[in-house]
Every structure is written in C-alpha cells, then in structure tokens.
Write a protein that binds this ligand. Structure first.
Ligand SMILES: [Zn+2]
Length: 485
C-alpha cells in the first residue's frame, strides 16, 4: 500500500534580547556557568517575574510578518513538570490564550511559492541546561547551568501541512531567514537558537483520517530534521507493512548514526496541569503598541524579492538569493545605483558569495573592504571594456583582502583591456612558438587545445588581453600556418 506522511512542526526560537524573559539578568550566551542568575530565574520562593517588553515586541513583529492575529489580551500560564534544569518545577508559557494565532509562512520551493499555515506563536521562558554525565574524580556527575533559565523563547506551531521531509527543511530555512531578517534571533540551529520537534504520522495515500502520530525530538540541524523525519516515516511504514500498529511515542533522532530511539511511550504521557500564572498580569497589547511594532517591521524578504524581480528585471532565482540576508539585499541596492542590476547580481552571486563562503566571513566584513561604490567601479570597468574580467577579478580579490580604492590600483598598475592586434599579435606568435606540441595537436584536428593556447596568451598579457580577440587572432594565425604547411 502507498502511504502519505502528515507532518507538523513545533519550532522554538531563542530571542536575541539583552535580558531574560521575566527578570533583568543578561540573556547572553557563553558566560561563566551560573553567573547570570537571580532569585527570579533560579525560582526562589517569593521572587516575582516581570515581563520583558522587548521580547513581546519581537513576538508581535514575527506575528505581524506571518500575518497572524495578535491578541489584544493574552495570558501566561504555568506548565508543570519536573526537570532538574527547571528549578520552579513549572515553566511560564502560554496555553489557551497565546499572543499570536493563525498566519502562514511563504516558502519558495523550486519555482513555486507555497504558504504553510500556522496554528500559533506564543512567548515563554527557556529552561537551564544539563550536562550529564561527566567524570568528576571517580564519580559520574551531572551538572546544571542556569544561565539559560528564563531566556526568552517563542514557540511556533504549524498546522500538519507538510507531506515531505524536504518541505520541512525548506520551511525551517525560510523561518531562519525571517527571524534573522527581523533581527529577533540569530536563528542558528547548531547553537540552539532555533530548535525543532516534528509530529509525524502516515496514512494510506488519498485518505483523510489522521494516523497515530509520533513526536520526534532532538532535531538540531536543518539536514537533521529532513533525515530524522525521513527515518521516522520509513519506520512507521515498516511497522504497518508487517501488520503492526503505530504507538504514540516520543522519539529521539541521532543524526550521526541515522538512528531513532524511543524516549517515552504513551503510558508516560504528560499532564501538565496548566493554569494561569498568578504572578503576572494579563498581557495587553494596545493599538499604539501594534502600530509601533508595524512601523518597526522592515520590508519582508519575500516582498522585497518580488520587488527586486519587478523593479530590476532580475530572475526570481537571483532575487531570492539576494534577499536571503537583509544585509546582502541592502548592499545590492547600494551597488545597483551605479551599475547594471543583472551584472551586479552576477558578480554578487559568483565572486562575492564565493569569497564569503571560502573565508567564512559575512556581508558586513565584505562591505567594510569593498564599499558599494568600489564594487560598482570594478563591475563597470568590465562593461566599459576598461579592464578584462580577469584583471577586474584580481583587483577585487585584492580589495576584499586588504581594502583600497580600485581606481588607484587600476592607475598604478596601468590596468586596461588590451584588444589591439598590434599589441596582441606578438604575444600570440610567441605562444605558438613556445608550444609546438599543442599547436601540432590543434593542426591535427584536436581543436580543444585552442583553450590552452588562449590561456598562454592571457598569461603573457598579465590577464589584460580581451579573450575573444586573442581567440580570433590565434585562429587566424594557426590557419595561416596550416595553409603554409
Ligand atoms: Zn534572573
């Protein structure tokens, strides 16, 4: 029997606020263990929480970007369970009246844009972090760091709208882009800024009723989400194919070994005994706050990509790549004031992104050494035949590495495009004299060696010869020799 999968995601987004959700402790990462703590986030009796307005503002902006309905009054609730890294024995979260409801995230998959519907986005606090077990002398010990306890989190829950693991990966990639774009989170899954659990069930293809779902945890990279869900779908198919039934369970996925392990089965399902948090007032978001949040909301990545395609005549693919990061889109819009949009896009997608990937650096590092005006100068120099692409790229490499004004580098080095046959013919003839082997191959019919000879002439010209002229001259000179044989 053919099955189809039904998948829903629960994503946790760690907010990049200065302080924690309900106290003034720094929310920074990497401080000495248990140094950013106070009575509130340690859960000491009598300590009273106060809601972090900046965290709620971030949640509102995310909700607005996703087209969610923002409740004017939402409620924090206590979710009870015991865990060593949660000293209060309850987590402050939102339950039946969350801050944001509904909405959808548009995701580009291949050539189409699909919209994945959401149930809710709510605000809550993170737990501390356990490290276990570690060796301590002759004992195995577990240790707890409460620096993360109380750090602001948003939980985003999708409808069960996904059918393929690859759709989940594309969704997470788009969500990561959005939270970075809005400046509300670093969105790094490997560092736990973005976490994801998946609810997975399968049903006979074409039917409507939902099968029993399992919950997949510990998916700590986008690749891991895709692989883990793929493994769980395959597991459920094997169970059903062998006549078994799917048990409701929570599973852990080990990406390194591509293995699933059952963490707890239905018998241990939690009853969290939610009730409204008595120490916090209801969360009221008035019209003025909403308006201010809307004001702070930048042009959204998918809107901006559409505008880039329409306004600059770029292919949808280019527009998508340029709007992958807000800084990159901003940089493009500066360069494009002084150079042809498609050419700028090509140079960014090939040269700039290649350099950034190779050096593991960011757009701001690039812009510091190659300000938009200088990049535009280099791109234009090729279009106006002032320099060859080879020379221009070598100057760009240098400017990215060391900074400097490309116009002065061009002047100092006498960089220009050489296309006159008076200048190039001697180089062409020298290359032919020095490479009798490849010349003989060419004349013998192996025309692919022409590329090698063009390369030799380019080298002699210091990269300044115009390749098409070199090719024309070489072909003419070789034809002349062939005729003379
Ligand atoms: Zn604190």
């Amino acid at each position: 029997m053919a099955y189809e999968a039904v998948i829903g995601l629960e994503c946790h987004i760690q907010l990049a606020t200065v302080s924690k959700m309900f106290c003034g402790c720094p929310a920074e990462f990497g401080a000495r263990p248990n140094s950013n703590v106070c009575p509130v986030c340690l859960g000491l009796p009598g300590a009273l929480p106060v809601t972090n307005r900046e965290a709620i503002d971030a949640a509102i902006r995310l909700g607005l970007a996703l087209g969610s309905t923002i409740r004017d009054v939402s409620v924090f609730a206590r979710k009870h369970y015991f865990y060593p890294d949660m000293p209060k024995n309850y987590q402050i979260t939102q339950y039946d009246r969350p801050l944001c409801e509904g909405g959808a995230l548009p995701v580009r998959i291949g050539d189409a844009t699909r919209s994945f519907a959401l149930i809710r986005v709510h605000a809550e606090e993170d737990t501390g972090k356990s490290f276990h077990p570690e060796r301590h002398g002759d004992r195995q010990v577990s240790r707890v760091d409460f620096n993360r306890a109380g750090v602001p989190l948003l939980e985003l829950v999708t409808q069960p709208v996904f059918r393929e693991p690859a759709e989940c990966a594309a969704f997470l990639t788009a969500l990561r882009r959005l939270v970075r774009w809005l400046g509300i989170s670093e969105g790094d899954m490997e560092k736990g800024h973005l976490r994801c659990d998946a609810n997975v069930s399968i049903r006979p293809a074409g039917t409507q009723a939902l099968g029993t779902k399992s919950e997949l945890k510990n998916l700590n990279s986008i690749k891991g989400v895709e692989k883990g869900i793929t493994a769980e779908i395959a597991r459920q198919e094997r169970v059903l194919a062998s006549g078994g039934t799917i048990e409701q369970a929570t599973l852990l996925y080990d990406a390194d070994h591509d293995k699933l392990a059952v963490m707890r089965s239905k018998e241990h399902a939690h009853d969290y005994r939610y009730f409204p948090e008595p120490d916090l007032p209801q969360l009221a978001v008035d019209a003025a706050w909403l308006a201010a949040a809307r004001e702070r909301l930048a042009e959204l990545p998918w809107t901006r990509a559409e505008r880039f395609a329409a306004e600059y005549g770029l292919p949808a693919y280019d527009a998508g790549v340029l709007c992958d990061q807000r800084e990159l889109a901003d940089y493009f819009e500066e360069v494009v004031k002084e150079a042809d949009p498609k050419k700028v896009s090509n140079w960014i997608m090939t040269e700039m992104l290649r350099h950034l990937k190779a050096t593991q650096r960011g757009v701001s590092d690039w812009a510091r050494n190659v300000p938009p005006h200088h990049f535009a100068f280099i791109i234009r120099s090729v279009e106006t035949a002032q320099a060859t692409a080879t020379s221009a790229k070598s100057v760009l490499d240098e400017v990215f590495a060391n900074g400097g004004d490309p116009a002065s580098i061009y002047a100092e080095r006498g960089i220009r495009a050489r296309s006159s046959s008076d200048e190039l013919l001697p180089l062409v003839r020298a290359a032919i004299e020095e490479n009798p082997g490849p010349v003989a191959q060419y004349l013998g019919g192996k025309t692919a060696t022409l590329g090698f000879l063009v390369g030799q002439v380019m080298k002699k010209s210091g990269g300044q010869a115009v390749p098409q002229t070199v090719k024309d001259l070489l072909e003419a000179e070789l034809a002349r020799r062939a005729a003379a044989r």
